[in-house]
Ligand binder design. Structure first.
Ligand SMILES: C[S@@+](CC[C@H](N)C(=O)[O-])C[C@H]1O[C@@H](n2cnc3c(N)ncnc32)[C@H](O)[C@@H]1O
Length: 287
């Protein structure tokens, strides 16, 4: 649970993107801002071939499938957002944005799409400071940062247009939240989302965090994130999510499982990049 500290797991996902850009080929996801956004320690590791080999691919090699999880999640988000925008969607909301950099990279197909980054105030303050330090000219056009602690507050007022179909990404967040915070956030999103809006989020499956076989990488990720002060506390089956979403006014359109995503984004690689077992990515539509 975050309080006054910014999210260390957000820095870790940025570190995974930074290491991927420096050390993996072919790329699943390309984020030139990740190295700047991560912590100084991770930046040093990413920049050094020797440190990366020794630490990331040596001591922490059991976490390699976690890299695949984060990278395929990032690329799927971009692909789904692009499809949604091509069909006429006009706003993009990142819930728990962390150090995502799409607002800075802004591909041409996002021209005119207003981006809202909702995040815990402590993480968002650090991100805005790092954006400025990295040379971004703030305020960015068509961009708004909305600080919200999902455990304590409801989604705040902003320049959001509740008549426009909107794409909401809530990646890397729900397993850190209580059931009450997940339900309240779903209700808030449903309240402001025009019909046809979509919500994309990843979730952890119960029973996979076992310290053996297929659950090994997830067990390690659970240990490491707990050490960072951010515990996995919520696990869901697709059936449970369908009920939660339905209650809030969404229909569950599809669930991509780890194996589907591995086949889509990591097939035929000549290296050891694989996708962790035990998670899924849900796509839901506002009725
Ligand atoms: C693992 S990071 C994921 C960041 C980003 N979405 C990504 O995929 O790289 C978790 C994010 O959830 C946010 N978060 C965790 N608990 C939160 C809370 N109670 N309220 C708001 N944001 C929260 C953190 O600030 C952080 O940005």
């Amino acid at each position: 649970m975050l309080d006054r500290n910014h999210s260390r797991t957000a820095e870790a996902t940025a570190a995974i993107r930074a290491c991927h850009l420096r050390h993996d080929r072919p790329l699943v996801f390309e984020d030139p801002w990740a190295e700047h956004f991560t912590s100084r320690l991770w930046r040093t590791v990413a920049r050094s071939w020797l440190l990366h080999r020794t630490i990331v691919r040596g001591l922490l090699r059991g976490l390699r499938p976690v890299h695949g999880w984060i990278l395929v999640r990032d690329q799927l988000t971009v692909d789904e957002l692009r499809r949604f925008v091509a069909a006429g969607g006009g706003q993009y909301v990142l819930l728990g944005a962390g150090f995502d950099s799409i607002a800075l990279r802004r591909p041409v197909w996002l021209d005119g799409v207003r981006i809202f980054e909702v995040d815990h105030p402590a993480t968002q303050a650090v991100k805005l400071a790092r954006m400025a330090a990295g040379g971004a000219s703030l305020p960015l056009p068509d961009f708004e940062a909305v600080p919200v602690d999902f455990e304590r507050e409801r989604l705040a007022a902003s320049s959001f247009d509740d008549t426009k179909p909107t794409f909401f990404a809530w990646q890397g967040v729900i397993y850190y939240l209580s059931a009450a915070a997940i339900e309240a956030t779903l209700e808030d999103v449903a309240r402001v989302a025009a019909p046809g809006s979509e919500l994309l989020f990843d979730f952890l499956l119960p029973g996979f965090a076992l310290d053996r076989g297929e659950g090994r990488a997830l067990s390690l990720a659970r240990l490491v994130t707990a050490r960072m002060g951010e515990r996995y506390i919520s696990y869901h089956t697709p059936e449970q999510l369908a009920v939660l979403l339905e209650r809030a006014g969404f229909e569950l359109v599809e669930v991509s499982r780890d194996a589907d995503l591995a086949a889509r984004y990591c097939a035929g690689r000549g290296d050891d990049l694989t996708v962790m077992h035990g998670f899924g990515i849900a796509r839901a539509r506002r009725r």
